[in-house]
Design a protein around this ligand. Structure first.
Ligand code: ATP
Ligand code: MG
Length: 451
């Protein structure tokens, strides 16, 4: 059987192996996010990861694992084990492997002392930290701008190298980007084929319907592959280029994204890690619209999602968790007769909740969610997953000016019925996304750039 060349050999010039170090990783208490992040980052500028391994906090294990990787690939990046404690053994292991003495690095020591003082720690730098200033002779220090542990880059006469990065993900990412990445880019050719992708985010349309709308594109087009990534908050569509140098990949992705925007403009709400809540807040900001929410089955998740976004306070005034019917009646003014006649999960109740919270908080928009998250509480007419979302829009109290050139707000009210699937928590999360998406669509005409 003729085997095709490995993927990595076809697409990339520089190959590396990743080794993540730590007993906690082997025990499964820490999830190895470092290796995943590094693999994606490296691919983005043409470095392929050919193997990932994990070993425990033990010098012999670390030495053996790195040696085997060097014999295979000649290029190794490790994470973890750079701290001051007895189980942090990585640089020592590398010194052993490269047959290099450990030496005190004065610059590193000064950095550690300065950090100790600037963090207002009591007394002198502990002896344990001096260990972190011991660097194998001949190694280049990778500075840690986010913590204490320095990494190293060390190379032998035949050009085989090891780079060590810290275990703490934020420190690891910072050191990689600021110190190691420049070294690697210098080594790779800039015509290297890279893996680049672009992710367009959609909400409210099931994966199967999206795929139908894009069926003629198959698994890819224009040299790009096409992937559907469903999550509880919606379906991401990812375009990936694997066979082109960076600039050409960028161009191909732009063409691909244009094509998708042409077909799906109404349901793509953003790219990359854009959150729907942040987009909606931005729209409200442009339209001088203030927001309040009333939630039943989501119990504060909608407000939580909105307040996760920094700077939400100028738009989002607050909300009420109206879980009990008495709260819906007494604090939101929902009519008891409607609750009796239609139930708490119903169109009139969703409408009155939205209106009630809008009037009480004096905002331009009131948004409400009332539904059955399960697992109990469903009936044949209203099964688990039945969710009503309401919106109520009118001028706020006190009124604020409309953006230039836009007419005054014409009051409107609307409620929509959704049928969510999944576990209790998925139903609740999907309800939050649906409410934000409903809001996005409802206010589009009140926003300058959307008119
Ligand atoms: P420290 O100075 O904190 O000891 P270190 O470089 O020695 O840093 P480790 O002790 O190996 O790093 O790990 C510190 C913490 O970083 C771990 O408790 C864990 O939370 C996280 N961590 C370590 N390795 C990984 C990994 N591969 N993926 C994700 N998180 C990790
Ligand atoms: Mg440690």
């Amino acid at each position: 059987v003729a085997l095709s060349a490995p993927l990595s050999a076809r697409i990339c010039q520089l190959n590396v192996e990743l080794i993540t170090i730590g007993d906690e990783l082997l025990l499964g208490f820490t999830i190895d996010t470092n290796a995943a992040w590094l693999a994606r980052e490296l691919a983005s500028f043409g470095v392929a990861v050919t193997r990932k391994s994990t070993c425990g906090d033990n010098i012999q294990e670390i030495v053996d694992t790195i040696r085997a990787a060097l014999d295979r690939t000649g290029a190794v990046i490790t994470t973890g084990g750079l701290g001051p404690t007895a189980d942090d053994l990585t640089n020592e292991s590398v010194a052993k492997l490269f047959d290099a003495e450990m030496e005190l690095d004065q610059t590193v020591l000064d950095h550690l002392k300065a950090l100790w003082t600037s963090r207002k720690r009591p007394g002198e730098l502990p002896q344990a930290n001096y260990k972190q200033a011991m660097i194998p002779r001949g190694a280049q220090v990778l500075k840690n701008n986010y913590g204490t542990a320095p990494g190293i880059f060390i190379e032998d006469k035949s050009g085989r190298w090891v780079a060590t990065l810290p275990g703490v993900p934020s420190e690891m990412r910072g050191m990689f980007t600021e110190s190691l990445r420049p070294i690697l880019t210098e080594r790779g050719s800039d015509r290297a084929k890279v893996i680049k992708s672009r992710t367009l985010r959609t909400v409210g349309v099931p994966e199967s319907m999206l795929a139908e709308r894009l069926s003629d594109l198959g698994q890819g087009f224009g040299g790009l592959s096409l992937a559907y990534l469903p999550h509880v908050d919606g379906v991401d569509i990812r375009l990936t280029s694997r066979d082109l140098p960076a600039d050409e990949a960028e161009h191909a992705l732009q063409m691909g994204a244009n094509e998708l925007y042409n077909r799906l403009d109404d349901i793509i709400y953003g790219e990359g890690d854009t959150e729907l809540a942040s987009l909606v807040l931005e729209m409200c900001r442009k339209g001088n619209l203030r927001l309040a929410v009333a939630e039943s089955c989501t119990g504060g998740m909608l407000g939580g999602q909105i307040t996760r976004i920094a700077g939400a306070s100028d738009i989002f005034h607050g909300g009420l968790i109206s879980y009990d019917n008495r709260v819906k009646r007494q604090l939101l003014g929902v009519l008891d007769s409607d609750i009796q006649e239609h139930g708490a999960v119903s169109e009139p109740v969703a409408r009155q909740m939205a209106k009630g919270i809008r009037i009480r908080l004096g905002t331009e928009i009131g948004l409400s969610i009332t539904g059955i998250a399960g697992p109990g509480g469903g009936t044949p007419e209203k099964p688990v997953g039945t969710v009503w979302i309401g919106i109520d829009v009118a001028e706020g109290r006190p009124p604020i000016p409309r953006p230039d050139g836009l007419p005054p707000i014409t009051p409107f009210q609307e409620a929509r019925l959704f049928h969510m699937v999944g576990s209790r928590d998925e139903i609740r999360q999907r309800s939050v996304q649906a409410a934000l998406e409903f809001l996005r669509r409802s206010i589009a005409s009140l926003i300058p750039s959307h008119t």
